[in-house]
Design a binder for this molecule. Sequence first.
Ligand code: FES
Ligand code: FES
Length: 206
Amino acid sequence: MAGRSRTGVTRREFLVGMGGTVAAGAALSGGARADEGDGPPVAESDRVLGPEAVRITIALNGENRTLDVEPRVTLLDLLRSSLDLTGAKKICDRGACGGCTVLLDGEPVNSCLVLAIDADGREVRTVEGLAADGALTPLQEEFVRHDALQCGFCTPGFVMSCHALLSRNPDPTEAEVRAACAGNICRCGAYSGVLAAAMAAAKRRR
Ligand code: FES
Ligand code: FES
């Protein structure tokens, strides 16, 4: 799972920076808009964003969304609090459980560790974006068929990790499924069901 953003600023580094004298925001080279201000020209990589909201556009589940977001807001909080997409779960909020897994440009990330502004200009897919017209994907159907959940709180994260794996490797080994889900924690112990579901979904794709 990704802890470091495309811009090279991790959430931890960002928050540490917020505690220092330069509390105004983060220096980023992404596409999010920075205020120009007075003074000499500032290199794109040195521009400071925030603390006020900046405008970003993300391709969210296939639909472009333009939003004004404070640089301190994580992608997870943007999804859950501003966009009402609550599939990604806020459990540990520190990159330890995988419950918040979403796809960023097709790669699984812990969205609690990604600043929303780092998703600017990128594709975000959440578990809500998998089923087309309410029809579950084969992977989701296999999760149901193999009883790969108990309380279900971790399930969206597991589904997204398995979906990412099957997208790049349609014929994984059990070891590869385990590796793909290594960052996902299930307190109910549904791991064997998840493994069976992923293998069954791969078999259906072949
Ligand atoms: S809530 Fe993001 S990894 Fe646990
Ligand atoms: S099904 Fe309960 S935490 Fe995984």
